[in-house]
Design a protein around this ligand. Structure first.
Ligand code: SF4
Length: 908
């Protein structure tokens, strides 16, 4: 097939300018915003990432021939950084040296991608022709160009649903054997994992030995072997615990759960798997990633979307997702092999509706049950040696007493255990939560996107078989109509609520507006649940009655379903049984939620429970309300953590580079739940081998005035210029982040220093980090999530800038914990932990270097203990801070140039 050049114009928009390339020309030219918008409206242009281009043009709804969509079609489930450089590399072209070149390159990349379809070894060929026929019909811009170059296959292509493999039924796995792992064996395994000749790391070896002890038989029920291990960055803690864990799993025939907080570490652990099981096929069985079910593609939802459930752009997304699903390793749509940027190209239209977010799964009633990604992952996890999961899933499985609740657990990123427990064991009776419960029971009221059915439809056959079950189901559906329905938010805003729960939410809203102290303009409002007025008390009592009337039939239904399982009728084959089991699980989960709501309402007007912190809140974004409700958190969430997760386990290791930080071990025991166990946890620590004092320094600017956004933006711009990019900028307020970004992004882009920002760029956080990691000249601004979750070793991150001391937000929850935790000393501990985390982004591996800058002169000296010992701290005017950053960058971190600067007088 001949290869004709693409007769298409190109548009490339960055913060530095806008470039156009005409269809018949080879050289791009700069254009004005107005011209570019006009041209786009006339003719479809090739562009890269339409939402980003639209934002650069200041024109929301840009459409065109998006190169990223073409890439996702031709190479589904392949990773590529969604920048011109990243795309060029993905197709084997050289990276451009300027924006005009980049513009021309976009067309070349498109041509290369399309030409690649002629390669007879193109691995993702199957399904492409059929998918393109449908996409073309749906109006996908690339459709005709793909069709022109893609030959119709000689034989009919297999549909997605016939391509996917099935899981096999297997018997229950026997309980693990009782074996101990001697320290010598753990060390020997570590050696085989690291490979002979690798540098001997004493800390790593010691940690492997100590970690082995958690696999010994526990002495008593409720008393797990627990180890708290603070392992400084760079000691190689991952292999130190994987060595004994993999050994125990092999010898005992059991599963060890490795739990992380961030997806980045989950991915990194998955990447280490080959060291433990070199054979790829065996590895798939023995090391399994598990996430919450809301992360995975639901094939039934996808089928519904492809068969008319979705329309317009959402339907195009569904077909691109179907292309991906056929090649995906595990169907994980969030952080798996679906490019994180794909859903954002469609402004997330429909992506979440393709997952099973709210438990509408019909299990064995689903035609794809045997191919379902969620079922596959769950089953694979039961047979695996190592399950790589996250804290939330481990806690939820343990708390719900699931059969696959983990008995041997390694919590990596253990400093997040407290926060993970805090959200897992909390309750929220809000409008959004309540309407979801209503939909789960009643079904959707209007014609809405996706396949959603009510409980009655899902349990039709059981209800018709069992009269009492049918009655309970009917009663539950009737009672659920008292919950909020579509339009609840505007009804309560207009003081026209419908039903007891909406009335309650109306009272909550009124109380919050009357009492709350305004926080960051336009964002959340809250007030403690104290001294409620009579209207709120009365509304809570009626809402409680309504919820109770719902809880009773749900409990009866659950009992009837259990009876059906016990006294199995003929038609209850294993598939139907799985479906009833699934329904019981779903019901129990909702019943627990209802019980927590009822308990929370029961406290309104009576005395407070000292174990809990309750408050009322209105959630808002930029002044727009999107939820209203009541919240309850444990004052100390490690109590339910210890009860539900730690006590039932046999062995638990909690590890982190900053588990203890500058505090004593007692704090680490309090934050991990170890303090609530009858038997004390063992302790281990190994210091980082990195020379922080030679490779890093802390610089506190003394003259950037608080509240002067222009000065703040100026400081950021100068620092980023001085380090030549490679900067992670951390903010404590979104509004300030946005105004700094708006002031400096264009200026930096013109200097060849692209600036990306969370809450500004229409790109998901994971992709922003990928882009940042990929380009040593790029910088990234963000808030909390970046402080903890960015693992960017090497040159791409050499400067961290914090605009202010990250004091905790003065929320109701924080005030309660502060009071219980020693007042300002509690705040200091929180801030030190945050600073240690932020500093930790800087030096990730041997050879890394960088500066840590704080742009706030009000930085108390007592917080300096957050930084590693020996790191120099200088309080300097911003001019000198900039010079030091420039010097460290120029000296490649050797500290040589900085040493010279040290000879100058330093203002302390
Ligand atoms: S079994 Fe459930 S989650 Fe899986 S595809 Fe079917 S409905 Fe979706």
């Amino acid at each position: 097939m001949s290869r004709a050049p693409l007769p298409l114009p190109v548009l490339h928009a960055t913060h530095a300018g806008i470039w156009l390339l005409e269809a018949a020309e080879a050289e791009a030219r700069e254009a004005s915003r107005g011209e570019a918008i006009g041209r786009l409206a006339e003719t479809p242009h090739i562009l890269l990432n339409a939402p980003v281009a639209g934002q650069r043009l200041g024109y929301g709804d840009v459409s065109g021939l998006d190169l990223l969509e073409l890439f996702a079609f031709i190479h589904p489930a392949r990773f590529a950084v969604p920048t011109v450089d990243g795309m060029a590399r993905a197709v084997g072209l050289a990276e451009p040296t300027n924006d005009a070149e980049a513009t021309a390159l976009l067309r070349q990349i498109a041509e290369e991608l399309l030409a690649g379809m002629a390669d007879k070894n193109w691995p993702e060929r199957e399904g492409a022709w059929s998918a393109n026929q449908t996409l073309w019909r749906l109006g996908w811009g690339w459709g005709p160009f793909v069709a022109e170059r893609l030959q119709k296959p000689e034989r009919g292509e297999r549909m997605l649903f016939s391509r996917l493999g099935q899981w096999e039924e297997s018997g229950e796995r026997p309980a693990p054997l009782t074996v101990s792992i001697p320290g010598d064996d753990a060390e020997a395994r570590l050696e085989s994992l690291t490979g002979s000749g690798s540098e001997t790391r004493a800390g790593q070896r010691a940690m492997a030995r100590e970690s082995a002890a958690i696999f010994a038989p526990r002495p008593k029920p409720g008393e797990p072997n627990m180890l708290l291990a603070e392992a400084g960055t760079g000691i190689g803690k991952t292999l130190a615990y994987l060595a004994p864990a993999s050994l125990w799993a092999e010898r005992a025939g059991g599963t060890v759960w490795i739990s992380t907080f961030t997806k980045a570490l989950q991915r990194q652990l998955d990447g280490e798997g080959w060291k433990i099981v070199p054979d790829a096929d065996a590895r798939k069985k023995r090391i399994v990633i598990r996430k919450g079910r809301e992360n995975y593609l639901c094939l039934l939802n996808l089928e519904d979307a492809m068969q008319g459930g979705f329309s317009g752009r959402a339907a195009i997304l569904a077909h691109l997702v179907a292309r991906w699903a056929a090649y995906s390793k595990d169907g994980d749509m969030v952080g798996g092999d679906l490019p994180g940027w794909l859903p954002s190209l469609f402004r997330r239209a429909g992506a979440t509706a393709l997952t099973d977010r709210r438990g509408e799964c019909v299990y064995a009633g689903c035609p794809h049950y045997r191919k379902c990604f969620i079922e596959k992952a769950e089953r694979a996890g039961r047979e695996a040696d190592l399950v790589i999961a996250n804290h939330a899933l481990v806690m939820v499985n343990a708390a719900r007493g699931r059969p696959d609740a983990p008995s041997r657990i390694v919590f990596d990123e253990g400093h997040h255990l407290f926060d993970a427990a805090d959200s897992t064991f909390s309750a929220a009776l809000t409008g959004r939560e309540a309407i979801e419960l209503r939909r789960w029971i009643v079904g959707p009221e209007n014609k809405s996107r996706g396949r959603r059915r009510g409980l009655a439809a899902r349990l039709l056959d059981v209800a018709s078989y069992d009269d009492k079950g049918g009655e309970a189901l009917e009663a539950a559906v009737e009672a659920a109509r008292a919950l909020p329905s579509e339009g609840w938010l505007s009804r309560i805003a207009e003081n026209d609520p419908f039903g007891p729960v909406e009335r309650l939410l109306g009272e909550v809203r009124g109380t919050v507006y009357a009492r709350a102290k305004a926080q960051e303009a336009g964002y959340g409002l809250e007030t403690e649940l104290a001294e409620p007025d009579s209207a709120l008390i009365a509304a809570a009592a009626s809402a409680m009655e309504a919820l109770d009337s719902l809880a009773r039939p749900l409990a009866a239904l659950s009992r009837r379903l259990e009876a059906v399982i016990e006294d199995a009728p003929d038609w209850l084959d294993s598939a139907a049984r799985a479906r009833v089991d699934g329904a019981i699980n779903g019901l129990n989960w909702r019943r627990e939620t209802l019980a927590s709501w009822i308990a929370m309402l029961g406290r309104i007007g009576s005395s407070a429970d000292p174990d809990f912190v309750d408050w009322l809140a209105i959630d808002r974004v930029e002044g727009r309300e999107y939820d209203v409700g009541l919240h309850r958190h444990w004052l100390d969430p490690t109590r339910p953590l210890a009860k539900a997760v730690l006590e039932p386990a046999h062995g638990v290791l909690v590890t982190s580079a900053t588990l203890r930080g500058s505090e004593d071990w007692v704090r680490a025991e309090e934050r991990t739940g170890a303090a609530h166990l009858a038997r004390p946890a063992s302790r281990f620590e190994a210091a980082s081998p990195f020379d922080y004092s030679a490779n890093s320094e802390v610089l506190i600017a003394t003259d950037v005035a608080r509240g002067d956004t222009a000065a703040l933006a100026g400081a950021y711009a100068r620092l980023i210029e001085a380090s030549g990019g490679g900067t992670l900028g951390l903010f404590t307020a979104i509004a300030r982040l946005r105004s700094v970004h708006a002031r400096i992004a264009d200026r930096l882009a013109r200097a060849g220093l692209p600036l990306y920002a969370q809450h500004v760029d229409p790109i998901d956080t994971g992709t922003l980090v990928d882009i940042f990691r990929d380009d040593p000249h790029a910088s990234l601004l963000g808030t909390d999530a970046l402080r903890d979750g960015v693992d960017v070793p090497g040159e791409s991150l050499r400067l961290v800038v914090m605009e202010r001391v990250p004091w905790p937000r003065p929320t109701v929850l924080h005030a309660a914990r502060r009071l219980a935790g020693g007042g300002s000393a509690y705040d200091d501990r929180v801030v030190r932990a945050r600073l240690a985390q932020a500093f930790g982004r800087l030096i990730r591996r041997q050879g890394d270097f960088g500066s840590f800058v704080v742009l706030s002169s009000a930085f108390p000296s007592r917080l300096l203990s957050a930084f590693p010992q020996g790191v120099a701290v200088h309080r300097l005017p911003i001019d000198e801070v900039v010079e030091r950053v420039r010097a460290r960058s120029a000296g490649n971190g050797s500290g040589e140039t900085v040493a010279k600067l040290d000879e100058a007088p330093v203002i302390e």
